[in-house]
Design a protein around this ligand. Structure first.
Ligand code: MN
Ligand code: MN
Length: 300
C-alpha cells in the first residue's frame, strides 16, 4: 500500500457502515411515525429502543426540533408534547463500539414542503462534489447555492463535522456557506454533512432549555445522587451526549445541576432560529472514497 492509501475494509469502517445501516432503517421508520397528534416522547423512545434491538447504541438522544428549533431539543422525562401542524426535524445517531453514524430528516407537517426540499437538494448537491482533495468551502458553496436558489437562507452558524471514535463532533468543520477554511477531505475521512435551510435570516442562538448533556471532565463528587449519575455517564455514555431521561436515578435533574455547577458535565441548550422562523435539516454520514463518497446512512 502506498503512504496515502487507506484500507476502507478495516474494522472501523465496517462498524461505521453497520451503524449507518441500523440508523437508516430507524430514521425512516421514526419519520413514518411523525403525524399530528403523536407524542414526541413515544417517537424518541421507540427509536432509541429500536437502535438497541438492532445491535447499536444511540450515539446521542433523538433530537426532535420543532419549527424555529434547529437542534438539541429532546423530550424531557414526562414530556407530554404531541406533534401539531409543524416543521419537525428528527436528528438521530448510532454508535457501534464508539464508531458513529449521524443522520437527520425533516418531516413537514406545516405545509412548507419547499423548505424541507431545499435542505434535501442542498445535501444531494453537496454529496455530488465530494471527492478526495475537495475544499470544504466548495461543499459549503453548493449548499448555499441550492438553498438560495429556493429563496431561503442556509443556517450559517451550524455546520457538518467529522465523526471520531466516541466523539460526535471532530474536525473538519463542513460549512453551510461558501467559505474556504483551507481544509480538504481525503480518502477515509468519515464526516457528516448537514445543511439547514430557513425562511429567516439564517442564524441560530442558544435558548434557555437544556435536556442534553455530555461529560466535560473526569472528577469525583461527594453527593450520592450526583455520584450515581456520574457512574452511569462514565460507563455507559462516556463522552457522548445523553438525555436527562436516560439517567436511572431518583433525582436526575438535581444530579445534573450539581454536576454542571462543578463543570463535570456541560449542557447543550436548544438552538433556535434568531427570527423565530422555520428551519429544515437534512443530514447524511459519508466515508470519502477514491472516486467520491459512500453514504452510510442512505435508505435501503
Ligand atoms: Mn445529526
Ligand atoms: Mn451532525
Amino acid at each position: 500500500m502506498s503512504e496515502t492509501e487507506v484500507d476502507l475494509d478495516a474494522e472501523k469502517y465496517e462498524k461505521h457502515r453497520e451503524a449507518g445501516r441500523i440508523l437508516a432503517e430507524v430514521r425512516d421508520e421514526a419519520a413514518e411515525m411523525v403525524e399530528v397528534g403523536t407524542s414526541h416522547l413515544e417517537v424518541a423512545e421507540w427509536a432509541e429502543e429500536r437502535i438497541r434491538e438492532l445491535g447499536g447504541q444511540p450515539a446521542f438522544p433523538v433530537n426532535i426540533s420543532i419549527d424555529e428549533e434547529a437542534a438539541h431539543a429532546t423530550p424531557s422525562i414526562d414530556d407530554d408534547a404531541v406533534f401539531g401542524e409543524e416543521m419537525v426535524n428528527l436528528d438521530i445517531g448510532v454508535c457501534i463500539d464508539g464508531w458513529l453514524a449521524d443522520t437527520a430528516v425533516t418531516v413537514d407537517l406545516s405545509g412548507n414542503p419547499e423548505l424541507a426540499e431545499a435542505s434535501e437538494q442542498a445535501l444531494e448537491a453537496a454529496l455530488d462534489v465530494v471527492e478526495p482533495g475537495v475544499d470544504t468551502g466548495t461543499i459549503g458553496a453548493e449548499i448555499e447555492d441550492v438553498i438560495k436558489g429556493y429563496g431561503f437562507n442556509p443556517v450559517v452558524n451550524l455546520s457538518g463535522h467529522g465523526l471520531g471514535h466516541w466523539e460526535q463532533h471532530t474536525e473538519p468543520n463542513i460549512p453551510n456557506r461558501a467559505v474556504s477554511q483551507g481544509t480538504t477531505l481525503e480518502v477515509g475521512d468519515v464526516v457528516a454533512i448537514e445543511p439547514f435551510a430557513t425562511d429567516g435570516s439564517g442564524k441560530v442562538s442558544e435558548g434557555a432549555d437544556e435536556e442534553i448533556f455530555a461529560l466535560e471532565r473526569e472528577a469525583s463528587v461527594r453527593d450520592r445522587n450526583a455520584r450515581q449519575a456520574l457512574e452511569q455517564i462514565t460507563e455507559e455514555f462516556r463522552t457522548l451526549p445523553f438525555a436527562t431521561r436516560w439517567l436511572d436515578i431518583a433525582r436526575p435533574e438535581m444530579a445534573l445541576r450539581r454536576l454542571k455547577m462543578n463543570d463535570i458535565v456541560h449542557g447543550y441548550p436548544v438552538l433556535k432560529e434568531d427570527d423565530g422562523k422555520l428551519v429544515s435539516q437534512k443530514e447524511h454520514t459519508i466515508i470519502v472514497t477514491e472516486d467520491g463518497c459512500e453514504v452510510t446512512t442512505r435508505s435501503r
